[in-house]
Design a protein around this ligand. Sequence first.
Ligand code: ADP
Ligand code: MG
Length: 442
Amino acid sequence: MGEVLTNIWDKILRTFQQEYNALWRHWFEQLEPLSLDGGILRIGVAEESWRQYLSLRCSGGLTSAAQRITGHFVTIEYAMPGERTDADRRQTSEQAVVLDASEITYFNPDYTFDNFVVGPSNRLAHAACVAVSESPGETYNPLFIHGSVGLGKTHIMQAACQALKKRNPASKILYLTCETFVNDFVRALRQGDLYDFRYKYRYVDVLVIDDIQFLTEKEQSQEEFFHTFNSLYQSRKQIIISADSPPSEIPKLEDRLISRFNQGLVTRIDNPAFETRMAILYNKAALRGINPPEDVISFIAERITSNTRELEGALTKVYGYAMLGDGKITMELARQALGVESIPRHSQVTISQIIDAITSHFNVKLSDLQGKRRSRSIAYPRQICMYLARELTRHSLEEIGGHFGGRDHTTVMHSCRNIDNLCDHDPQVRDLVDSLVASLTK
Ligand code: ADP
Ligand code: MG
């Protein structure tokens, strides 16, 4: 059975790698097939973050590969060393988790200090995060990291959390996006259980809030956050915050919050320089177990200068092209993948220009486009934005999704299809799209 199982698992992995190369990580090679019994394929994982990554991001792809390879309906379970059954797992993780299930924080296993490339653009932010992870509440408190989208704020903050957790597994770390904080607060208000809410936020050792600019114009949440902040600060608990701009430039943020944020260290992450971009590409390639030649790496680093997420998108694209052929990454292939021979007519149009055009035409806010609301008044402009981004820019679907609140590529694809359809059947939509395209490309 052992060898058969290893064979099956190997086939599943290869299929997955081909079909979902962007999700593939080199540590998949270390996953260990334990048993295939009663339709359950058990896979041994070495770290909790691996399990989370696999079950949250890869389960669809892996299950469908497993079903095709075995010809049976198969469910995949992941087991840490020492766990015998799924029930054991639930029990162990219940014991290990300090906060209740809804607050189990998902940390991306890619987002560690080891995988973070340090350069002039992020040196200070990195040093501060390392210091904080070594002695939380003592060095820089609060630590405020700002920079535009895709420059590594989430990565470096999660790295600090993961390092802290390793150093001190018992410490209570609450990492969440500001949007979650606000939603949680609104729910608590509605249900009248502010006590629980406050208990949850004020009795932690480290509170990390990502994208605090989301507090804009939410007076009551700001007020609540102010008190949360004070309570933690007074008990010398560490607070780490990120935003897309420095405290004083976040629109409609109360002065008292601005001054609290400025009490600690405010540090910025800039666009990475060429050498840092090269190093990041090497790092991302290694994570996926690929080894592109240096000329391809520098070719990508030269062409993609805006942000790191797009850099990664370009690598994914090149790799995707390679997987369609013999798997070899060459300059010629990179050129093809990044469309150098056929730079689209409108390569000068940027996603921000598209967003500007849409927000003013529909009178919606950027935060709506990036938010979760699905009402037609928001969803329709959002879909048009994604459609135009696909038509007029060279960004990949993944990158486009990243600009709209981190939606995944299937959502972007769906949006584009929807607008395509509408254009075919509704002359009004077609006219609107035509006029937007005309004004963006004139
Ligand atoms: P932000 O939160 O600032 O929008 P993210 O943290 O989501 O950005 O980073 C976007 C992508 O870029 C992630 O995949 C992240 O791993 C990568 N990244 C950014 N900066 C670095 C870096 N210095 N080294 C390695 N990867 C990086
Ligand atoms: Mg982020």
